[in-house]
Design a protein around this ligand. Structure first.
Ligand SMILES: [Zn+2]
Length: 308
């Protein structure tokens, strides 16, 4: 048995994972502020998971933690996390010291990719890149069954490759990052612009009924045949496809897995995305990267962390 912990800015989710990579016990708490408080919360979670399962801490093989931000997985340090307000926090040593167990840490998107590769959509693939289209755009690369995170643990930041030189300002300070266009945040911006230009669009009613413009507004309108909604979805997906084609051209992974909130659009998303990606691929051969949807949702982070 192993313990996987998905450390988020809002919640800490933890799970007890068996050798079939199934979650047998689960628990979560709200994330407190400060590294000491967070480590204490994780310690309490580890104890409660064990008691739920009738185990002792000494029955646990290892503990893994997926953390947001820049993570040096080799040194076990969260170098910087904006969400957690962490700077050079030796998280692996702090938690390992409390539990008396080996603790490994990794970046949350990389860790989710690892979980999805071994226990979810990537089970039969030889290699995989995962992207998450949510508030931001996350990425994780799995080669040879392991996370590829560069020499310093910080690779896989697909969201921060440029798709528009001198384009929209990204949260990272760079201009034109993929994240500024392909995130739900980018989609909401495009939807609001379109609503202002097209007061006849059903996007106006959809957003009024739901009290806000969301990442679903344009998709809902497009599914009902709304022209302006379709234009927004086409524009948004052209940016998503551009980044996906960049990743495939660079890596040629067996599988390109799409997760995050936008992936809840399901098969419709892949159907509209596939021709846009195909049109930009360098590969004209028979053996092509398969695009798929993530299957595990939030569980990917917990399972992947346990596999570190
Ligand atoms: Zn950026």
């Amino acid at each position: 048995m192993r313990i996987g912990i998905d450390l988020g800015g809002t919640n800490i989710a933890a799970g007890l994972i068996n050798e079939n990579l199934e979650i047998v016990e689960k628990d979560s708490v709200k994330t407190l502020r400060g590294a000491d408080a967070v480590v204490s919360e994780m310690e309490v979670l580890a104890h409660s998971l064990c008691s739920q399962a009738g185990l002792r801490l000494s029955d646990i093989e290892s503990v893994g933690v997926g953390s947001p931000g820049a993570v040096d997985s080799r040194e076990g340090i969260v170098v910087y996390s904006n969400n957690l307000e962490f700077s050079d926090v030796p998280l692996a040593a702090m938690l390992g010291g409390k539990l008396g167990l080996p603790v490994r840490i990794g970046n949350d998107a990389n860790v989710a990719a690892l979980g999805e590769f071994h226990a979810g959509a990537g089970r039969k693939a030889a290699s995989m890149a995962l992207i998450t289209l949510g508030t931001g755009v996350g990425g994780g690369i799995i080669l040879g069954g392991r996370i590829y995170d560069g020499f310093n643990g910080m690779a896989g930041e697909a969201g921060h490759m440029t798709v528009v030189k001198d384009g929209a300002l990204c949260t990272c300070g760079r201009n034109g990052c993929w994240e500024a266009y392909a995130s739900a945040t980018g989609l909401i911006r495009m939807t609001k612009d379109a609503i202002a230009r097209h007061p006849e669009s059903i996007m106006v009613q959809i957003s009024e009924e739901r009290g806000k413009v969301s990442g679903r507004t344009a998709f809902m309108a497009a599914r009902q045949g709304d022209q302006a909604g379709n234009e927004v979805v086409d524009e948004y997906l052209s940016y998503v496809a551009c980044g996906i084609a960049n990743l495939i051209n660079l890596l040629q992974p067996a599988m390109l897995c799409v997760g995050g909130g936008i992936s809840h659009e399901g098969a419709y998303l892949i159907e509209r995305l596939q021709p846009l990606v195909d049109a930009e691929l360098y590969n004209v051969g028979e053996r092509k990267t398969e695009m798929c949807l993530a299957e595990l949702g939030n569980d990917a982070g917990v399972i992947g962390a346990a596999m570190l």
